[in-house]
Design a protein around this ligand. Sequence first.
Ligand SMILES: Cc1cc2nc3c(=O)[nH]c(=O)nc-3n(C[C@H](O)[C@H](O)[C@H](O)COP(=O)(O)OP(=O)(O)OC[C@H]3O[C@@H](n4cnc5c(N)ncnc54)[C@H](O)[C@@H]3O)c2cc1C
Length: 438
Amino acid sequence: MKYASVPFNQNQTGWSLNDEDYQQQPQLVGDIHADWAVIGSGFAGVGFARRLASLNPDLKIVLIDSQTAADSSSARNSGFIIGLPHNIGSSTAELKKAQDYRTLLQEGIRQLEESVAAHRIDCEWENAGKYHCQIDPSSAAILKEYIDNLDTMQEPYQLLDSEALYQKLGTRLYSKGIYTPGCILVNPAKLIAGLARHLPDNITVYHHTPALAIDYASGSARITTLQGTLHARNLMLATNALSRELSPVTGRQASMATYASITEPLTAEQRGRLPEMTSWGLTPVNAIAGATLRYTQDHRFLVRQHVDPALKGWVGAGQTWNAAQQHLAIFRKAYPQLADVPLARTWSGTISVTRNGAPVWGQLAPQVWTAGGCNGAGVSKQTIAGSLLADYALKQDNPLIAAMQSLGQANYMPPSPFLDIGIAGALWKERYLGRKEI
Ligand SMILES: Cc1cc2nc3c(=O)[nH]c(=O)nc-3n(C[C@H](O)[C@H](O)[C@H](O)COP(=O)(O)OP(=O)(O)OC[C@H]3O[C@@H](n4cnc5c(N)ncnc54)[C@H](O)[C@@H]3O)c2cc1C
C-alpha cells in the first residue's frame, strides 16, 4: 500500500481569524461509514460537500482534513477572488473557452457571496477591483496582450501611467498598469474557515485526520487515518495536487509552493508618508517571477512572490526564510519611504500546476471524483469546480457542467525524476523572462 505524503508548511499564515475559527472538530477515531467521503477542506472540498449535501440531504457525508480549513492553502492565499481569465489566445474556440471560464469564475464569486451573506461571515469582503502592472517597459507586450484580451471580451478597464499608479498605490515602482473592476478582495483565512464552519447538518467534519492510504479493492473506498478507518461508497479527492499517492490513477498535476508576507499595520505617521489610499490589490505581469501586492483594510502590506517545487507538499523553514528575504527586498524597493516597517510574518502554501493549464476535474475511477489542477488561482475557480462536481456526480442537469468540461483535461505528467527536471527548467525559464519584474 502506498502511504500519502501528508502536506506540511513549517510556518503560520499571517491572516487573522475570527474567534470561532479556533474551535476545532474532533479527529476521526474508530470505524466510520459514509455515503460520501470528501478529503480536503479547501474551497474545492467545502464547495463540493455543501452542494452535495443540499442536493441530497439524506446523504451521510464525512469531510476530513489532515489539519483544518484554516491551515489549508485556501486560507494561506493572497485573497484575490478573480472573475476574469488571464489568457485567451487568438482563435474563436479559445475565445469561447475564455467566455466559459469567465462565466464559471463569476458563478463561483456569486456562490461565495451568497454563503458569506447567508452566514454573515466576517471576512473583510470588498469589491475593490485590481491593478495589473508592469515594472519594466520591456514587459509592455505582455500587458498589451492582456489589454487585447479584455477588449476581445468587452471587459472594462482603465489604463494608468506611472504617476497615476503612484497616487493610487503609493509606489513609483510600476511604469504602467491597468485597473479592472469586479475582483473581490478578502481575508481568505476568515472566508474558508467561516465556510467550513457553516456546513449543512448531514456533513460531519473531522480535523487533524490525514488520509494515509486508500484501498479501492472492494468497490468502495477504505480510507486509513491515524486513529481509524473511513469506509465510503463514494469519494471526492479535494486535495488539489497534494497527497498524489491517494489517487487511483497516474498524476496529471504537480504541487508547487508559493509564499506570502505581511507587515504590521502602518502607524498614522507612516501612513502620512503615502498618498491618501484605500485598500487595493495588484497582480504582476509575470506571476512566477513578479510580486502580488496588497494594501489591506487594516493598513498592512502583503507581498506574494516566489515559486518552488513542492511535490510532496512539504515546505521547510529554510525555504520560508529565503522567501522572506526576497519579500523584504521587494517591499523596500517599492516603498523606500517605509524603511522602518518590518515584515510581521511569512508563510507558504501550495498550488497545483498542470502542463497545459487545464484542470483535473471529473471522475477518476468508478466511485472516485476530483476537482484539482487550480493552476495558481483557486478561490472562485475551486469553489465552482467543487460545487459543479456535486451536480455532475449526482447527474443533475446543470448547463455549467458543459462550460467546465470545455476547459479541457490536464495532460499526463511524467514520473520523477523527469517531472522534477521539467519543473526546474520551466521555473528557471519563467524567472529569467520575468527577471525585470521584481
Ligand atoms: C501564497 C498563495 C497565494 C495565493 N493567492 C491566491 C489568490 O489571491 N487568489 C486565488 O484565487 N488563488 C490564490 N492562490 C491559490 C489558492 O490558494 C488555491 O488555488 C486554492 O487554495 C486551492 O483550493 P483547493 O481546495 O483545491 O486546495 P487546498 O486549499 O490546497 O486544500 C486541499 C486540502 O486538502 C488537505 N489534504 C491534503 N492531503 C490530505 C490528506 N492526505 N488527508 C487529509 N487532508 C489532506 C489539505 O490539508 C488542504 O486542507 C494562492 C496560493 C498561495 C499558496
